[in-house]
Ligand binder design. Structure first.
Ligand code: HAM
Length: 410
């Protein structure tokens, strides 16, 4: 028997319905902020991701050569692709651009619960605005999108300027190594790396920075940073907007393109893979041959949201089984059409089963049986049976439609 590739999943209809319903809530949340959906290719030139995405991502990438000898990669994330698209298609569009996406990504990671080789990100990119208000809008947006799903989670907001100020004396490659330890919260590795660089003195200030929870302390530890006003303004806007968050200056982010404000979200009820959100301000466009446009965005780990929601995932669609005898079939076809026109899922027997067998089958998966025998067909009525409670009523088709439609809301 052929199995699906390691780290991938199949989704049966119940699960797909729960996923689509959660996705719709996120879409609606970002729509209300004016974000519009974009779509990029599933694979891109390898170079798009090797230019600035960072060591970690590069090691996890699915890379292949096509028949024309082009080096391609399955997208490990969407941000780089969106910025490439911005340069190719929308460079002259009025700024800012508010774009969102829901798409699958591929990373060759060690699979476990909440960590997959194919996973979905719901994200947004705000392109061409470089203000505290822009930083804050993206955080608000991520927050609204996650809250709309019903997950319980914590938001942590930081800014790279503090860490970068402390690391200013190190070469860029050394800075990246230190930040990779911080991203993984690997403090032993951090101490060893700093010792190897002869920079053990940095260990105390970095640890203090990671632990501090107020702007005042962070400024004391990191010293004067040019972004001070911007950071203060961003946090003031978040406070005014009623966003719940805590400050965390240990956020280093796994990707290399971030330049300023950064944030992450963590689900309350998940274990090791509890990070459900990551984002921040970044610059990528200039690396891909465009102008040096400031951008800010986030991606929500959609699959982790679904794991976190678990049984709290949305209820599935109502199903009405339209059950009929041969004499009732013509009327039943019209009734089924009426149910479908009202947006209700209506299924008819395809197996030439008798009434009893149709009812038995319906009771396994449908919520209602709408029974049409000769008597009902002659009277222009249907018998609606609630398959959960057993209650049944004889109604005309319009009333039956209303009855079934009201089911999920009663
Ligand atoms: P990221 O933190 O690498 O950021 O990924 C975003 C989210 O995707 C993570 O917080 C996590 O929930 C989810 N995720 C990552 N890897 C996996 C996996 N193997 N299985 C399941 N879920 C996973 C980015 O990708 C950036 N592009 C975010 C961004 C957008 N920054 C600016 N704009």
């Amino acid at each position: 028997m052929i199995q699906k590739p390691r780290g991938t999943r199949d989704f049966l209809p119940d699960e797909m319905e729960a996923r689509r319903s959660t996705e719709a809530k996120m879409r609606e949340a970002v729509r209300r902020f004016g974000y519009r959906e974009v779509c990029t290719p599933e694979f891109e030139d390898l170079e798009l991701f090797t230019l600035r995405s960072g060591e970690g991502i590069m090691q996890e990438m699915y890379v292949f050569e096509d028949k024309g000898g082009r080096k391609l990669a399955l997208r490990p994330e969407i941000t780089a692709a969106v910025i490439r698209m911005y340069i190719n298609e929308a460079k002259v569009a009025p700024k800012p651009l508010r774009w969102c996406y829901f798409a699958d990504c591929f990373r060759y990671e060690r699979p476990q619960k909440g960590r997959y080789r194919q996973f979905w990100q719901f994200g947004a990119e705000l392109i061409g605005a470089d203000t505290a208000m822009a930083d804050a809008e993206v955080i608000m947006l991520a927050s609204e999108a996650l809250n709309a799903t019903g997950v319980t989670w914590d938001l942590k907001v930081g800014h790279l300027a503090f860490m970068r100020n402390l690391l200013a004396g190190l070469e860029p490659a050394a800075q990246r190594r230190v930040m990779a330890h911080l991203d993984k919260k690997d403090f032993e590795g951090l101490a060893a790396t700093l010792e190897g660089m002869g920079k053990s003195a940095l260990n105390d200030s970095l640890t203090a920075l990671v632990e501090c929870r107020t702007l005042k302390e962070a400024f004391e530890i990191a010293g004067a940073i040019p972004e001070k006003d911007r950071v203060e303004q961003t946090m003031a806007i978040l406070d005014a907007a009623g966003v719940t968050y805590s400050l965390n200056f240990g956020i280093a982010r796994g990707l290399d393109y971030y330049t300023g404000m950064v944030f992450e979200g963590f689900a309350h009820n998940l274990g090791a893979e509890n990070q459900i959100l990551g984002g921040g301000a970044y610059r990528l466009a200039h690396l891909f041959g465009g102008d040096d446009v400031a951008s800010c965005g986030f991606a929500i780990g959609f699959d982790r949201v679904m794991v976190s929601l678990g049984d709290a995932a949305p209820a599935k669609d109502t199903i009405a089984a339209i059950i009929c005898t041969d004499e009732g079939r013509s009327f039943a076809l019209a009734v089924a059409r009426q149910f479908r026109a009202a947006g209700i899922r209506a299924e008819m027997d395809l197996m030439a089963r008798g009434l009893g067998a149709q009812l038995a089958r319906a009771s396994k998966s449908a919520d209602f049986a709408v029974v049409i025998g000769k008597r009902e067909a002659d009277a222009g009525q249907v018998t609606v049976k609630d398959l959960h409670s057993g209650e049944q009523k004889t109604l005309d088709p319009a009333a039956a439609v209303a009855e079934v439609k009201a089911y999920r809301t009663r």
